[in-house]
Design a protein around this ligand. Structure first.
Ligand code: ARG
Ligand code: ZN
Length: 420
């Protein structure tokens, strides 16, 4: 582990790209508490070099783990000896990464305005796209920067609203807080495009843009996103440089929010992918969001922080298995979203609290939005897929994901509008 970490540090310094040749992703099905404990131990042991794409949670939940080729036989043996059911999800991660780049075929596009969504775009191209979208639709769209990332990239958001007054109800959508969850970023941009381009043709969309102020921040973690393109496709954290003696970089920004910070499902080890940071809101990215939201907290009616993957529409809490008082309302609105989403391409989502459906993880944006900012409807949708490709979802799924997720968001907003 120390050796591999030193290697990684060397790679960063020399800007050498990390490859995943021969890496496999296994899906495991722990069927009793002993098997679950074994997987927990594996996940926690720091010399394992395993990347738990889906960490162990409870007995009935699958666990996805990426294994380097040199560890494969040993791990496989350990699992088999402990009778843990397993299947291969991704045969070769490097090949999957190559496949991911294949653009969606132009021949299947319904309009030329979709070309942007045939591949995963770089941050500058996303920013330019948003700038153009806003410039061409200036009465209803504008660009703002809510702050800067650690490496001083703009945290660029698009505001979509028919300017009538300054205190309209707000809908907040963000994505990409985890660098490698590329589909969340593309989907957020798609949602912005749909709201703007259909304003004049779809009366429902017109009413939603007239009623709400929409803020969409497609890349909460632009440093990590760029790093995941240039150096390591599996990067998750921010890129802040702390004081770790091992030279480990970055914080899990979704463990960095100031509510029940570091109270479970997070790590104090700067080398962990779940590192909560030296303190709550240590990261400029999470700090910027919190300040932006707090300044408008009474206006914000809906807070959506998109991630991938698993096809879940998660509700609070993530820090405890207890359900909040508003759970029934939160569930019912999620149900409206998931039904609308399903009606587009038949994609199935499950609804439930983060802790109950996934695992305990304190310091998340949704818990903070609900617990501190008092926003009743705070969600973390985990977008496509359920593990066939995991984080490396082929680019041909960007448009379908955009279409169905937009339907979900639209249905939620319409339901909320009727509650105002
Ligand atoms: N996969 C997400 C994460 O690990 C889930 C977050 C759910 N929300 C929460 N507060 N735990 O960050
Ligand atoms: Zn995530």
């Amino acid at each position: 582990y120390f050796f591999s970490d030193a290697l990684d540090l060397y790679r960063h310094r020399s800007h050498e790209k990390r490859y995943y040749r021969g890496y496999k992703v296994l899906r495991l099905y722990p069927s009793n508490s002993e098997q679950l404990r074994l997987l927990h131990d594996l996940a926690e042991s720091e010399n394992s070099e395993l990347d738990f794409w889906l960490p162990p949670s409870s007995v009935s939940r699958p666990v996805d783990v990426m294994i380097p080729p040199e560890r494969f036989h040993q791990i496989k043996h350990l699992l088999t000896a402990n009778h843990i059911q397993q299947e291969i999800l991704v045969e070769d991660v490097d090949k999957a990464i190559e496949n991911e780049k294949t653009p969606a075929p132009y021949s299947e596009l319904r309009s030329t305005s979709s070309v942007f969504f045939t591949k995963y775009q770089r941050i500058n191209d996303i920013h330019n796209y948003l700038e153009n979208l806003a410039a061409e639709n200036s009465p209803i769209a504008s660009i703002l920067s809510i702050g800067k990332s650690y490496e001083e990239r703009d945290l660029k958001a698009i505001k979509i609203s028919k300017e009538t007054s300054n205190d309209k109800p707000i809908i907040w959508i963000d994505a990409g807080i985890h660098a490698r969850e590329w589909i969340s970023i593309a989907t957020a941009v798609y949602i912005a495009k749909e709201l703007i381009q259909n304003y004049n043709s779809d009366p429902d969309i017109k009413s939603l843009v007239d009623t709400f102020e929409w803020y969409i921040l497609p890349s909460v973690n632009p440093d990590g996103y760029e790093y995941s393109h240039d150096y390591n496709r599996m990067w998750r954290k921010t890129r802040s440089v702390g004081t770790s003696v091992w030279g480990c970089i970055g914080v899990d920004a979704n463990r960095n929010f100031g509510f029940k910070w570091n109270q479970g499902g997070a790590s104090s080890n700067p080398c962990s992918d779940l590192y909560a940071g030296p303190k709550a809101f240590s990261e400029p990215e999470t700090k910027a969001i919190s300040e932006f939201i707090l300044a408008r907290k009474n206006q914000v009616k809906l807070y959506i922080a998109t991630h991938s993957y698993s096809q879940l529409w998660l509700t609070p809490w993530g820090w405890t298995s207890k359900l909040p008082d508003d759970y029934d309302d939160q569930y019912n609105l999620a149900n409206i979203a998931v039904k609308a989403l399903n009606s587009v391409h038949g994609t199935k989502y499950q609804i439930g609290s983060s802790t109950n459906l996934l695992y305990i993880a304190a310091g998340g944006a949704d818990d903070w939005a609900y617990g501190v900012a008092g926003i009743k409807y705070a969600y973390t949708p985990e977008l496509r897929d359920t593990g066939r490709y995991g984080f490396v979802l082929p680019a041909s799924q960007i448009i379908p994901s955009g279409e169905e997720t937009f339907a979900a968001v639209k249905a939620m907003a319409l339901a909320l509008k009727n509650e105002l």
